[in-house]
Design a protein around this ligand. Structure first.
Ligand SMILES: Cc1ncc(COP(=O)(O)O)c(C=O)c1O
Length: 379
């Protein structure tokens, strides 16, 4: 089946007994054994749960992957991937990245004996240099990056990673597999904060790891069971429900984002506008070639931190909150919210300033979004 069919029928045809189209929410913690040495396939819900399995199988099918594992948050998914590495290993990481991932790597990855080297992953030379270190075993990339929306060349990065036998992990939260399938470009793992577009409604926290090979999928499943950061059955069901409309939502997020970006482009109070859907954006061609979908996140700068504060206080349709990818449009101040934990030296190097604003464009009428920003920028 093709992408939209897999998504529209997510979780269906799983219950021959009743013919239920919507999968059951199965809250059972434990499962009765028919006899000694026998199992229904389910023993204990940390190890495997029917509702979570329906979700995991849908996510794996969507990417043509060997397996997928659902976690209690995007960061739990990153944490599980981090546990694939051994003390002494080094991982080359996108320097412009979600602040919580940076905090996890620096505060906990380092205590596990891992080393992280932050580079501009749109610069193949910088990535090759990072991977040249004898301890380099991994390459961790966001596409596009959060919050500056830079677009790496995944096939190029996969070739570099393969040369060094390093694992390529792609955080595909901003686009999702409905728009771009990292494994098709040679990635080993695609990873999600499913809290964002996969969930899409600002009503659940979830994460997922999708693995190209059976061996990797088994190792991640082992970590999922052994460390226990699983997604619960109700959230698994909610996520399955959300997946059914993912392509429709993505299309509207993008159409709305383009309308907002066009309004902001050339606005006298806006500078360093980043939206890969604009033909003038540095990431446009690279994303057009790899996906053709540009997503719903925009970032830009105002003239001062005071101007950012006034914008946050003046919006009436946008909500001032720290997330993205849902029906409601949100405005975020990365420096003090999502990216407060990024090393100040890195923030300065990449241009994550105290004037930077990030917008997540929702599914509202685009004219209301433009009117709201127009009024707030005048305030
Ligand atoms: C790109 C990216 N990866 C991972 C995460 C972490 O996900 P969660 O908040 O679901 O733990 C986020 C959260 O904002 C994110 O933006």
């Amino acid at each position: 089946m093709r992408r939209d069919t897999i998504l529209a029928q997510a979780g269906a045809r799983r219950d021959p007994a009743t013919g239920a189209i919507s999968p059951h929410i199965c809250p059972s913690a434990a499962f009765q054994h028919p006899g000694l040495g026998q199992s229904t396939g389910f023993d204990y819900s940390r190890t495997g749960n029917p509702t979570r399995q329906a979700l995991e199988q849908t996510l794996a099918r969507l990417e043509g992957a060997a397996g997928a594992a659902a976690f209690g948050s995007g960061l739990a998914a990153v944490d599980a991937v981090m546990r694939l590495f051994r003390p002494g290993d080094a991982i080359v990481v996108t320097e412009d990245m979600y602040g919580g991932t940076f905090r996890l790597f620096e505060r906990f990855g380092r205590t596990m004996g891992l080393d992280f080297r932050y580079v501009d992953t749109t610069d193949a030379g910088a990535v090759a240099e990072g991977l040249a270190a004898p301890q380099a075993r991994g390459l961790f990339v966001e596409i596009p990056t959060n919050p500056l929306l830079k677009v790496a060349d995944l096939a190029g990065l996969a070739a570099l990673a393969r040369e060094r036998e390093a694992l390529l992990v792609v955080d595909n939260t901003f686009l999702t597999a409905a728009a771009l399938r990292p494994l098709d470009f040679g990635a080993d793992i695609s990873l999600y904060s499913a809290t964002k577009y996969l969930g899409g409604h600002n009503d659940l926290i979830a994460g997922a790891v999708v693995s190209r090979t059976r061996e990797l999928a088994d190792r991640i499943a082992y970590i999922q069971n052994a460390a226990g950061a699983i997604l619960g059955p109700f959230e698994s069901w909610l996520l399955l429900r959300s997946l059914k409309t993912l392509p429709l939502r993505l299309a509207r997020h993008e159409a709305n984002a383009l309308a907002v970006a066009r309004f902001l482009e050339g606005h006298p109070r806006v500078s360093n506008l980043r939206y890969p859907g604009l033909p003038s954006d540095p990431g446009h061609e690279a994303l057009k070639r790899q996906s053709g979908v540009f997503g719903g996140v925009i970032s830009f700068e105002l003239e001062s931190p005071g101007a950012v504060e006034r914008l946050l206080a003046s919006v009436r349709v946008f909500l001032f909150a720290e997330s993205l990818g849902a029906t409601e449009s949100l405005v975020t101040y990365p420096l003090v919210q999502t990216h407060a934990d990024i090393d100040p030296a890195i923030r300065e190097r990449i241009g994550l300033t105290d004037r930077l604003v990030r917008l997540s464009i929702g599914l509202e009428d685009p004219a209301d979004l433009v009117d709201d920003l127009d009024a707030a920028l005048r305030a």
